[in-house]
Structures are given as C-alpha cells and as structure tokens.
Design a protein around this ligand. Structure first.
Ligand code: BGC
Length: 738
C-alpha cells in the first residue's frame, strides 16, 4: 500500500509538472507569437520590432569588436567565440545574438583558435567545376562546420567579378563572367543558408583590387557597372536570397560603398527588392547620417558611427526613427529567414570525414588540364618508371589562400611554425597535403624523388635522370595586397625552363589563385591548374594525374599571354599625397586615388574578343583525357532554349562542360562580343551521345539604359554559339527574339 501511494504520488507530481510546464510553454508562446515558425519571416520580424526599445533596436545595428585585433576590443568582444564579430540579440524575446565568422573557403582560423575546419578548394577553383551542385555541397559543409563551432553567421559569398586578375582576392571570387560567378556563388550561399546560418554575399560592389582598398574609388559608368559587376551580384542574390549583403571598403564613383545611395538604396533594396540587412565590411563605415540614409543597416565590427552617434542623431532628429526601424527590422528578418531563431547552433564535433570527402570531390571537378601534349597524362606506370618532383614544397604540402579567408591547416602548417595549426596574417600557409606522398602511395612501384628546386643544376640533373618531371609552382594570394604581376614568383620560371630543357616530358602543376603567365608554355608537355586545392588537394590531384579521375574543369577566367593584353597594364599605385591623406584620417580618408575602369562591362573574354587578342588560354577552356564532338544545334525562340548533341569520341568516360554563348543583334548596342548565356555538364561513356537542352538566360542579353534606369531586350537575331570554350564553338545558329 505504502509503495503504491509513493508511486502514485511521484507519478502525479511528474504529470503535474509536465502539465504545468506545458501550460507555461503555451503561455510563453501566446506571449511570443513570433516564435511560431509557420509565420512568414517578415511578419515575425514586424512583431518583434514592435516590442523593442530604442536601445534594443540600436544594439542590433553595430558590432561589438573583433577578437585578436587589439584596436577592436569592446566590452562584449569575448562573446564573439573567437570569430569575426558579435551582435547582441534580444534574449527576453528569444532573439539570439549573431556570432559571426569568416568562411570564404572554410571556417576561418581566427588568431590562435586552432579549431578544426575543412578547407574546400578556393572559390575560384570551385567555380572551375561549373557545377552548381558542387557549389551547394561546398556551402553545406561550411555551414555545418560553422554551426558545429558555435557560429550562426557566415561572411563568405564573394562574387566581385575578376576584372583585374592581379587583385589579391581573385581566389575568393568566382571568375570574370556574371552568369557563371553569380550562379556558383549564389548556389553555394543558398545551400549554406539552408543549414540555418545567416548567409552573406560580398563585397558589394566594385571591390576589384586591394591596393588602397580603404579609399580607392572605382570609376565606372552606371550602365557598365549594371551589366558587369552588379549583374553578377544580382544573379547571386536572386539565387541565394541571402540574409545579408556586405558593402565593400572602396568608393564607387567617389562615394563609399557603405554610404552609397545608388548601389545600396536604389539598386539593391529598391530595384532588386533585397529585404535582408546590409552589413559594412570591417572598418568600412565612414559616417552616421549619410550611411544610414543610404541604406547601411549594420556597422562592423565596432560602434564608431552606429553606436552612441546614431542615438544622438536620432534624438536630434537627424536620423528618422523610421530609418532605425527599417534597419532593425532587416536584421530581425535575416534571423528569422535563415532559421537561426528556430534552430540556433549547438557546438558539436565537426564531421571531418564528410568535409574531406566533399573537398576532394569538388577539387577533382575543379582541376583544369590546360595542356597535355601527345597524351603524356594520365601517368602510365608501365611506361613511367621514375618521376622527378620539383619545387613548390611538394614534399610537404600545398599552398592556401590568405587573409580573412585563411583556414587553419588541419594537421598543422607544413612549413614553419610546424605543427601548430595556427595561421598568421600576411604569411603563406601550406597545408600538409603532400603531392609527393600522394603520388608515392598511388604508384608504389615507381621511383619518385623530390628536389626543392633551389639549385637549378641539381634539379635539372634529377629531371634528366627521370622518365617524367613534374614541377610544382605556386602563386600565393592574400587579402590586403595585390599581385605585382601574373608571373610566377622567385626562381620558378627559371626552374621550369631548366627542367624542361633537361627532360622533354615535363609537366607543370600550378597552385595559383588567379591567372599565371607562362613564358615556358611551348617547352613543357603538360600544364595542370590545381588552384588552392584545399584539405584533400593531394588526393584529388593524384587521382587526376593517374587518370582515376578524368579532368573536367574549365577556366572561369582568361589566362593572358602577357599583361600587355589586359585593359590595364598594372594597378596604379596611390600617390604619396593620397596615402598621407588616408593615413592622417583613417576613419574618413579623403583622397583622389581612383581607378578608371574604362573597359566598362567588356570584362575578361569580352575584352579579348573586342580587341582581337589571342589569350594564352581562353575563358571556358579545359582539356579532358577523352574528346568530345558537338552536333545538331537547334533553337527554340519561344522558350529561349537551345538543343544540341554532345558525343564522347574518345576511349575514356568523361564529363564535358558544354558552353552556350550569344551575341546581340547586329547593329544593336554592344553587338561586338559574345556573352556566356548558359551551359550544361554532360557525363558521357566512351562512344555515348546525349542531347541536351540549355536555357538561354535573358538577364545576360539585356542592356541597361542608364537614363531610364531600365533594362532592354533588343528584338532581332541573336547569334548563338555552342562549344567547349569561349574560343571554340563549332555550332552556331540564330535565335530570333521579337
Ligand atoms: C574583409 C572581409 C572580412 C572581414 C572580417 C575584412 O578585412 O574584407 O572580407 O569578412 O574583414 O574579417
């Protein structure tokens, strides 16, 4: 009896507690109707906004410092989880803080955090796959690792057009074509945000060089900007629906990007209907009233202009409350849209295996085979009994991209300081992904010997004594500095020349962040572009060199023969006076330093076409170990599609990226160059044919009328070209648009 009473008592207390808890929950839900995930994000944001005090709204509009950066320490900086920034939430209403990390090609290793993150191939590398699904997998891994590390917002999503290939951040961007770049970055960020992190697209806009980046003015006509850099952003933003867009450091036609009413208010928010928030680049805010009116919603990483000064401006009636409400509503909307309110991140163990697998798959699709004279590749172990591996620290690892994109090398830096896994700003980091070791594992019967390449005579001797010589060449890139030129640094060109002279069977593997000039191109048998290859780069590269994977990547940028072919011979340096002015007043530098983008919208391959210049390797170019033939092009004008057949005419299975270009009607404005209008990846067994239908994207065929702020699609006959690169289009037809 006693036992029964006890059990009964316990059970009733427990049931009572549950009921009571449920009652509390229900009461809480009733008091917080915005916690209902079935409501639209804008509705939920509107409900929360009504509950906020002015101080709570203002707290959403600025950062709280940046760990590891001495000048950006604030009272709440320690809450940033060792990332890039922290924005207070509203705990009483269930709104979580923004805990922000850089994550261009993986979660950044900030300062001495030393966390594990997978490095995917560089963004430019991944763009060479022309595979939106690969970009999606890339973004998914990054988001899952951000969440496992306790972050709920990414600062990835670079989509500035590579109009200046010497820009030190080309590796963070996705190429020179608006459709390709917008599609690849947009797909990556769409999938990243789908994992419940606040997504971001950056650096808006015309952030096309690093020299004088805090004050340079990008000079460009509206029409040209709309049809090039803005178009890339629009395509990415339409695809990703990102919760945030980061405005850039530079000025645009004299006005800072983070206080530019044309690009922020008129284009992004009004014309494109962007409902998320504009976040400034770190230290990219220069005013309070002007920036707020122009459409900047959140200052980062501090509160120099959007902290006490913004409150004063509101109280003085200089910034209307409606503007503050709009900024705050956008931040709240971003949190609901991305799912971080309903599903905040939980720190957990990163799925290392999954990351490495995806990184390898993406790199295998991203490697571009640029030259393969007389089928030297893939390596045939029956014929190649000895291999000389030269240079590029290939005995220990592969290089990675620097700056705020830098990921800590899992396994520790391959080169000094060893074993720490920590990265230092401005110093190149080699991942411990050794191609030498990967090749030795893949070819256990072959004699493979390494030489660092410092002593050219020794390198030539080793090459001479080997059946095959592979020279590894690297070109490091980092935020904060541009490349002085596209030439390989140090003695690398000389090394390649000497090795090629000693052994006719020489292959060059490039680990670069952008295009490379190749004065030795006619002297080598093979060139493989591996980009910054990420955490599994060694395995992916070995698979391609061995033919386990048939390369399919195609260039997302033009490789010029010489820099004389580019629209600008070099990046103009700021004058001493410009630099001094900027230094005197770092918060609001005012200089006349400007770069005039006279080529306008005629970027990359379009420039080469209008100038009748032959590049070293054209945009869209890449070889395979098999061959493909194109036939039977037909167009469907009503549906704006083209149909054609691709056949694998070789002996190996392979994937062809079939590219579709279109040219505006003769006599129309800008009819002197082709534009990429679509593409398809076609996987084919030997001898197999497939007929594919590719939609023509009308956004790239339109021209912008700056006077009317409107887009036109000219009626008439559009020439359509189909083939394996921008310079090889065996099929053509006419698409008549009325
Ligand atoms: C970079 C941004 C980055 C930010 C935060 C800036 O220097 O330009 O791309 O997200 O720092 O680290």
């Amino acid at each position: 009896m006693r036992r029964f009473t006890q059990t009964f008592l316990f059970a009733s207390v427990a049931v009572g507690a549950i009921l009571c808890g449920a009652g509390r929950l229900m009461a809480q839900d009733a008091a917080r109707p915005w916690m209902n995930p079935k409501l639209a994000p804008e509705q939920r944001a509107g409900m929360v906004l009504k509950q906020l005090t002015l101080d709570e709204k203002l707290a959403l509009l600025h950062g709280n410092g940046m760990p590891f950066v001495p000048q950006w320490q604030m009272p709440l900086t320690h809450l940033a989880n060792g990332g890039a920034g922290y924005v207070e939430g509203v705990p009483r209403l269930g709104i979580p803080p923004l805990i922000i990390s850089d994550a261009a090609y993986g979660v950044r290793g900030s300062g001495s955090n030393g966390r594990y993150s997978t490095a995917m191939p560089s963004n430019l590398g991944a763009a060479s796959s022309w595979n939106p699904q690969a970009a999606c997998a890339y973004g998914t891994v990054i988001a899952q690792e951000l969440r496992a590390q306790g972050f709920d917002m990414t600062l990835g999503g670079g989509v500035d057009l590579v109009r200046e290939p010497r820009n030190g951040r080309t590796f963070e961007y996705t190429g020179e074509d608006p459709l390709l770049a917008g599609t690849m970055t947009g797909s990556m960020m769409r999938c990243e945000q789908a994992q419940h992190v606040v997504g971001d697209i950056k650096h808006y806009v015309m952030n096309d060089q690093e020299t004088g980046r805090m004050y340079v003015s990008a000079e460009i006509a509206k029409k040209a900007m709309q049809e090039s850099d803005l178009l890339a952003f629009h395509i990415a933003i339409a695809l990703a629906q990102p919760a945030a867009v980061m405005c850039s450091y530079n000025r645009i036609n004299g006005v800072y990007a983070c206080e530019n009413p044309y690009t922020l208010r008129d284009v992004l928010k009004k014309n494109w209907g962007f409902q998320g928030f504009v976040i400034s680049d770190w230290g990219g805010t220069h005013s309070t009233v002007a920036a707020s009116a122009a459409g900047l919603d959140q200052e980062q990483p501090a509160a120099d202009f959007f902290g006490p000064k913004l409150k004063e401006a509101v109280e003085a009636g200089k910034v209307p409350l409606a503007e503050i409400d709009d900024h705050a509503r956008r931040v709240l909307y971003a949190e609901f849209l991305s799912g971080v309110v309903d599903d905040p991140p939980q720190k957990s163990v990163v799925d290392v295996r999954k990351g490495l697998e995806v990184a390898q798959k993406v790199e295998e699709e991203s490697i571009v085979l640029l030259k393969n004279h007389s089928g030297l590749l893939p390596i045939d172990p029956a014929r190649v009994r000895s291999i000389a591996i030269l240079g590029g620290h290939a005995d220990v690892g592969m290089i990675s991209g620097g700056g705020s994109a830098q990921v800590d090398p899992p396994g520790g830096n391959a080169i000094l300081p060893p074993g720490q896994g920590a990265t230092v700003w401005g110093r190149p980091d080699w991942f411990p992904t050794s191609p030498l070791k990967a090749l030795r594992a893949a070819l256990p019967e072959t004699k493979i010997v390494f030489d660092a390449g410092d002593d050219l005579d020794a390198a030539a001797r080793l090459a001479k004594d080997s059946d095959l010589a592979i020279v590894f060449a690297d070109q490091w890139e980092s935020e904060g500095q541009d490349l002085p030129s596209l030439a390989l640094g140090g003695n690398q060109n000389a090394l390649i020349e000497r090795v090629a002279a000693a052994n006719p069977h020489t292959i060059v593997v490039l680990e670069s962040g952008t295009a490379v000039t190749m004065p030795w191109i006619d002297k080598v048998d093979g060139v493989v572009e591996a980009w910054f290859a990420g955490s599994s780069g060694d395995k992916a590269l070995a698979n391609v060199l061995m033919g386990k994977v048939n390369p399919s990547g195609k260039l997302p940028i033009t490789f010029p023969k010489s820099e004389d072919q580019l629209p600008h011979r070099s990046i103009p340096a700021p004058s001493a006076a410009d630099q001094a002015e900027a230094k005197d007043n770092p918060a609001t530098p005012h200089t006349r330093y400007a770069v005039d983008y006279t080529e306008g919208q005629v970027v990359g391959y379009k420039w080469f076409e209008t100038r009748h210049e032959q590049p070293l390797f054209p945009f869209g170019f890449g070889l395979s170990y098999t061959t493909f033939a194109y036939a039977d092009l037909s167009v469907d004008a009503a549906n704006k599609t083209v149909r054609f057949t691709v056949k694998n005419t070789g002996k190996r299975a392979g994937t062809e990226i079939a590219e579709v270009y279109a040219q505006l009607p003769q006599g129309a404005d800008e009819s002197d160059y082709r534009r990429l209008a679509g593409w398809a990846r076609v996987a084919l067994q030997p001898g197999e044919s497939k007929t594919v239908t590719v939609p023509i994207d009308p956004r790239v065929l339109k021209t912008f009328d700056a006077a009317k702020e409107a887009w036109n699609l000219a009626p008439g006959d559009y020439a359509v070209f189909v083939g394996g690169s921008s310079a090889s289009t065996p099929l053509n037809a006419v698409l008549n648009l009325r």
